[in-house]
Design a protein around this ligand. Structure first.
Ligand SMILES: *Cc1c(COP(=O)(O)O)cnc(C)c1O
Length: 373
């Protein structure tokens, strides 16, 4: 529904569309990069026990600082981090919102290198932060010279780097992140929502935290941790950064239930992350299969693959949906993104796509080229 003229909504918001990945009830949902494996019976029991443990105290506000959870998350991250260097919120989207409330806002700007995560510019707009759209290379990588030139030109208050990037799946070499940290006049936020899926998990920006005080590394429990429904995101940064976030966070933003559930999940990290190896394998074989079909596929270090290019990607998306497979119509024109599901779900996607390619939709769809753009 468009916003009616009589409603005095902020004029800078009125013309825009809300975030809206379709939530459709189809057999195979491969459109929002969730982990396809539900919690094991053991973890379900741990979560219900944890909720039980706090249920009797829900008349009280939760720990405003979520200190125990932050200590658990610091232990999970390693790299010598302590709880005072970790902050948590309702999804990493709220982490990003708090960062832009504190370090962006009216009269300030943030830059991202697109195609990238669609929520960065949406949250920038909601917080009154000017958005600068930087660009990526044709293979969806980011050349350090290109990044540094854009930063020198625009002097943004906040730089977003997404690695592995969504929707392309491409990871940034640590050298690019360092070059950006050295050039940026303000904050550098590395969104590592997919870090656990990276082919080289040691390439995390966490390693750089001791050297760059205005660097923030954002993570989430929504993807590898298979906990999208619980809403838990977190960051690692200098303790001074977290002091700044306390100025904008709502008191008691993280419910006692959320904190308890997240702590139970972190305690079972090993079990949850065991699915990551299977998903990585499935991803690599799907990427090889897609390339075998003559399609272009971006290198992926995440739990999804961006593939194309189609003369009419919407027709392909619709044909897959008709076959019961929901993928995401996102990224540059001509490309589609598919999340890595269970082997059965991926098999369903493959056979649906093979049929679509064979039918060629009366010439409406098909690989436009055999290489990236
Ligand atoms: C999915 C995703 C997030 C996670 O959002 P949550 O609010 O934690 O569910 C953050 N950044 C990127 C790049 C993502 O793709």
């Amino acid at each position: 529904m468009t916003i009616p003229g009589w409603l005095p909504v902020r004029p800078d918001l009125a013309a825009h569309a809300p975030y809206g990945a379709p939530q459709l009830d189809v057999p195979v949902r491969l459109n929002t990069n969730e982990n396809p494996y539900p919690p094991s019976p053991r973890l379900v029991r741990a979560i219900t026990d944890a909720v039980n443990g706090v249920a009797a105290t829900l008349n009280r506000y939760p720990d405003r600082e979520a200190f125990a959870l932050r200590a658990d998350l610091a232990g999970y991250l390693g790299h010598g981090l302590g709880p005072e260097q970790v902050w948590a919120a309702n999804g990493s989207n709220e982490i990003i919102q708090q960062l832009l409330q504190a370090f962006g806002g009216p009269g300030r700007t943030a830059i991202g290198f697109e195609p990238s995560y669609s929520m960065h510019p949406i949250i920038a707009r909601a917080t009154g932060t000017g958005w600068i759209s930087g660009s990526r290379d044709t293979d969806f990588g980011l050349d350090p010279g290109r990044a540094v030139t854009a930063i020198r030109e625009h002097q943004p208050d906040v730089v977003f780097l997404t690695s592995p990037n969504n929707p392309t799946g491409t990871a940034l070499p640590p050298g690019v992140i360092e070059a950006v940290c050295q050039a940026a006049p303000g904050m550098v936020v590395v969104d590592e929502a997919y870090a656990e899926f990276a082919r080289d998990p040691a390439a995390t920006a966490l390693r750089l935290l001791p050297r760059y005080r205005r660097l923030v590394v954002a993570r989430t429990m929504s993807k590898a941790f298979a906990l999208a429904g619980a809403r838990l995101g977190y960051l690692a940064a200098d303790p001074a950064v977290i002091s700044a976030l306390l100025l904008v966070r709502l008191p008691y933003h993280l419910s006692a239930v959320t904190q308890a559930v997240a702590r139970a999940a972190v305690a079972h990290a090993e079990e949850l992350l065991a699915t990551v190896a299977a998903i990585r394998c499935e991803r690599d074989s799907l990427v090889a299969w897609l390339r075998g079909q003559g399609l272009a596929v971006a290198d992926s270090d995440a739990n999804f693959a961006l593939f194309g290019e189609f003369a009419d990607r919407h027709a392909v998306w619709q044909a897959l949906l008709t076959a019961g497979v929901l993928v995401r119509e996102t990224g540059p024109p001509g490309w589609l993104r598919v999340s890595i599901g269970t082997p059965e779900e991926v098999a369903a996607f493959r056979s649906a796509l093979a049929r679509v390619l064979a039918a060629d939709l009366a010439g409406a769809a098909g690989p436009a080229t055999g290489s990236l753009r």
